[in-house]
Write a protein that binds this ligand. Structure first.
Ligand code: FAD
Length: 564
């Protein structure tokens, strides 16, 4: 007679654990309990049902109980909620939601993967029938049928994290009027404020109304009201303000809860009970860069934890490296991805850091669909150890971020990254890849080869009439430039040195930073000491400034925007 293993939760972590246990032990009796109607569905694809990209919601369900039984001899019991863990008896109490009857089931080993629960603040109107959250197939079907059957025009999405953004995008693609309300001053917390401006622009460019720095106050009939007193038309509301780990079962069973409020586990994903493992969104994990417990609600980590827990059950060694937090998202025409620490989290953690911001092409410029990738590489100062990166562009940003994730995991430095040998052909990339490029800029900065000002500092320079040289050609300058900037193209500056002062700081930019970098280096060689490259250059600064310009009505610092 083999092990009897019970699994609570039948999706990312639970289904992965059950399948791995079967591969390791053909004799084990494995029963997976899921309180919802479906096991093994693609949570991450749920929002795409709203736009019709996933037309049929049944396709969201990857496996059903019959497939689990036939292929893996795993019993998947749906509509069965585990309501109690009886640790002394080594049993669980299960409520069959179809008939409300309860029964006990014994275990040798128990795996908890109950996931997380969407946060629902206690506000006026929160329990109205037009207020939704997104966690499973039923949730997304409910939203979809509600907005379709009632021909809903105006929808408010509350929360600008991954789920809120994806829901907003897919509702917009389905031609609804969408307003996204976010409490912070930016969407997508893994990105720094400067990079998030590119995402803000993408959202407003595609017609999503974006309300930042404001929270939901109440939900009325046909509208919501924000904390700042804004009344927004909304016939349906999707709440996506975050999740809390589902710890009720564990807590009631006396399993230890960690400082982040999630289930505490050891390096093998064992709780403080030697027969109970826990994985996925419900647990606390170790952040390898911040060196402290954290929570990370992502599918990849859940599946890897499930495998590691199953392996430990069968005495197979596995190493727990902790997490760094790698994620990606598509937003209309852009792809965005990030890994590790951003500048804000490095700052908050008291880690010395600097960053390189570059925007090289994602492929050779003369190839079709070549576009810049906006890439921010954060490294430790002064060691050059790579801490994190954020990338946004139309092309393969996730590939670049995954390289950085690998580097971080291998404790790589700027030196390692600069020389990293990556594949190249003109339709797919550039000979010096975006990540190599970012490392070179980072090394230049680290070694003090030139000085730069960062994108957010440029407004103040323009407003204070700093001496700014626009190193682009005249035609480019004429299409739009920083107010007060002097046009001295890279191709002319050697004949026009008398126009460049030595007794005051000089700030140089071009479109993307390459021409200005060359001018900065040349002027330094000619004895100029007070020369600064403007990081981000015209394109980066335009993207940074745009959203706040149009939403606050402040004066723009450019004569005309240019986002090309
Ligand atoms: P889940 O997969 O949520 O499974 C938990 C299951 O346990 C639930 O079905 C629940 O009903 C069941 N359960 C809970 N309590 C009990 C009980 N007492 N008895 C029986 N059953 C119970 N991650 C990414 O990495 N990339 C993405 O793009 C991404 N997109 C997402 C989009 C959406 C809309 C959502 C909701 C999540 C997304 N995620 C994404 C997150 C990812 O889906 C989760 O991190 C992952 O599913 C966590 O796995 P889990 O097993 O811990 O929880």
């Amino acid at each position: 007679m083999g092990n009897k293993v019970l699994v609570v939760g039948g999706v990312a972590g639970g289904a992965s654990a059950a399948a791995r246990i079967r591969r390791l032990d053909e004799h084990a009796e494995i029963i997976m309990f899921e309180k919802g109607p479906h096991v093994s569905f693609s949570n991450c694809s749920l929002p795409y049902h709203l736009s019709g990209i996933v037309e049929n919601s049944e396709k969201l369900v990857l496996m059903n109980p019959d497939t689990f039984k036939n292929r893996y001899n795993i019993e998947a019991r749906v509509h069965q909620e585990v309501i109690k863990i009886n640790r002394n008896e080594k049993t669980i109490t299960v409520k069959n939601l179809s008939n409300n009857q309860t029964y006990d089931e014994s275990y040798d080993k128990l795996v908890l993967s109950p996931g997380a629960v969407p946060i629902r603040p206690n506000l006026e109107g929160i329990n109205n029938s037009n207020v939704f959250t997104v966690r499973n197939v039923t949730d997304i079907e409910n939203i979809n049928s509600y907005v379709k059957q009632k021909d809903i025009k105006n929808i408010a999405v509350i929360g600008g994290g991954f789920i809120g953004i994806e829901v907003a995008e897919n509702l917009k693609l389905a031609n609804h009027n969408v307003t996204l309300v976010e409490f912070a001053n930016q969407v997508m917390a893994p990105f720094d404020y400067d990079m998030a401006q590119i995402l803000h622009k993408e959202m407003v460019d595609h017609g999503v109304e974006l309300v930042l720095d404001d929270g939901l106050e109440k939900i009325g009939a046909g509208y919501i009201e924000t904390q700042a007193g804004k009344k927004i038309d909304a016939d349906a509301v999707v709440l996506a303000i975050g999740v809390r780990p589902e710890t009720t079962l564990a807590e009631e069973a006396g399993l230890e809860i960690g400082e982040t409020g999630a289930i505490k586990v050891n390096q093998h994903y064992l709780t403080n009970d030697n027969d109970i493992y826990a994985v996925g969104d419900a647990i606390e994990v170790y952040h390898r860069l911040l060196r402290k417990p954290t929570r990370l609600a992502l599918a990849g980590p859940a599946q890897k934890q499930a495998r590691a827990a199953a392996d430990h059950m069968y005495n197979i060694p596995s190493k727990n490296n902790g997490v760094i937090g790698s994620s990606s998202i598509k937003l209309f025409e852009l792809n965005a991805a990030s890994t590790g620490l951003n500048a804000r989290t490095a700052e908050q953690a008291g880690i010395g850091y600097d960053y390189a911001y570059v925007m090289p092409g994602d492929k050779v410029g003369l190839m079709p669909n070549s576009n810049p990738i906006h890439f921010k590489l954060v490294y430790e100062y002064p060691t050059g150890r790579i801490l994190g990166a954020q990338g946004i562009g139309k092309g393969n940003v996730d590939k670049r971020i995954d390289v950085i994730a690998t580097m971080i995991t291998m404790n790589g430095t700027l030196e390692d990254l600069k020389d990293l040998e990556l594949s190249y052909s003109p339709m797919l990339g550039t000979a010096k890849d975006v990540v190599n490029h970012a490392a070179l800029v980072g090394l230049n900065l680290l070694q003090g080869r030139y000085k730069e000002v960062k994108v957010p500092q440029v407004r103040e320079l323009v407003e204070n009439n700093a001496f700014i040289i626009d190193a682009r050609e005249k035609g480019e300058y004429n299409k739009g430039h920083f107010k007060g900037a002097v046009n001295i193209p890279l191709s002319e500056f050697r004949e026009r040195l008398d126009e460049i002062p030595k007794d005051q700081p000089v700030y140089i930019h071009c479109r993307s930073g390459q021409r200005s970098y060359n001018m900065v280096m040349a002027l330094q060689n000619l004895g100029y000491e007070n020369i600064y490259n403007i990081s981000g250059s015209y394109l980066g600064v335009n993207l940074y400034e745009y959203f706040n310009d149009i939403t606050t009505g402040r004066d723009k610092i450019v004569t005309e925007y240019n986002f090309k």
